[in-house]
Design a protein around this ligand. Sequence first.
Ligand code: ACO
Length: 430
Amino acid sequence: MPGDTITVKDNRSGKTAELPLLDGTAGAATVDIGPLAAQLGYLSLDPGFVSTASCKSAITYIDGDAGILLHRGYPIEQLAEHSTFPEVAYLLMHGELPTSHQLYSFNADIQRHWMIHEALRSFFSGFHYDAHPMAMMVGVVGSLSAFYHSELNIALEDHRRKSAVQLLAKMPTIAAACYRHSVGMPFVYPRTDLNYCENFLNMMFSIPGQPYYVDPVFVRALNLLFILHADHEQNASTSTVRVASSTGANPYACIAAGIAALWGPAHGGANEAVLAMLAEIGDIKRIPEYLDRAKDKNDPFRLMGFGHRVYKNFDPRATLIRKACHQVLEKLAHPDPLFELALALEEIALKDDYFIERKLYPNVDFYSGIIYRALSIPTNMFTVMFAIARTAGWVSHWLEMKADPAQKIARPRQLYVGSPPRDYVPLKQR
Ligand code: ACO
């Protein structure tokens, strides 16, 4: 209820502070800790933001215990079944599902911007052929402001919206260029007669001089993966985008910062790490050995694709991807042994007390790599695929925070545990 508070008593001074309780439209009430500093002179400590809301947001809602994920109020299951990735991107950015006219012009807008500047193409020749595609993505996306600076007045809403569309449109083109560079193939220009996912697959895999057949089952699978990765409220990379943009940095620099944060194996890099782990396990017989390693506190090995900071029941995206895996793999001439291994690993881990007690379930990335493999996407491109999809969320959060008059520069404080003040000791006396 508005006006509700929590009273905090300081046992050192005997003073009290009234902390307002804030209710969202769903989820736990949030304590406004501002008065802690103002009335008692204290800071709060929460490493990893385990119980800290960093902002107010109306984009995505997660109930981790119930396994619920909503974008602008719509359940992920319904979006996955009925929608397309551009439509979900529109929803995230604008707050409402588009009319057919709005969706048509949004798609046309994306298509108008999905070419990249010819000079940008030459950037790629500076990268060694075996450069990690995420390294190329960070560099090339970060450089976009050097090419598209005429609409970079972030104080203007229409400039902000144009930059957001530029990013959504150019990410697949840049991603495909990273791949083509790594295999020494000529870059393929985007085609406006294809939809978002078809165009991406064509830029990745078409061979000059040959018609390329885009398999509709693969297009549907890619569309699903992009929808499921589109946004996930204040995750590490989105928070990075928000922190970078709180300084007034340009959107291309902010999204490049998000890509860098996504790269880590505890976040977007997990899909690549899952495949590496499955390949290392190699055989169903070796699963117990790896489960023992995952449980051993002296071994840094973790079961990749398992566990989530927010989901403590199941990840609804993992359920949808697992189903799609079966559909895509049925199209393959030969079964994928890594999928069989992943199913067995999941089954054994879910019966194991260690995983049950800690509520560790497969997350979205446990199965996404298997589908990407079936689509012939190489393992080192998996996190790039995630970045293409998450751009929809990143730009939506960027748009939301830029429109918020209460937005401040992100400047956390700290609990200092270093040396007390002391005098400089001249070099000869040390
Ligand atoms: N394998 C084995 N043990 C695990 C795993 C795992 N994958 N994940 C968590 N644990 C254990 C921890 O060792 C800890 O055990 P303890 O209580 O005995 O010390 C307990 O479960 C809680 O783990 P935390 O690390 O505190 O959980 P946190 O919420 O900080 O971490 C994270 C979540 C980073 C996702 C973690 O589960 C993990 O590293 N998973 C593997 C990497 C992964 O799949 N990342 C993708 C996340 S989804 C995404 O970004 C799209």
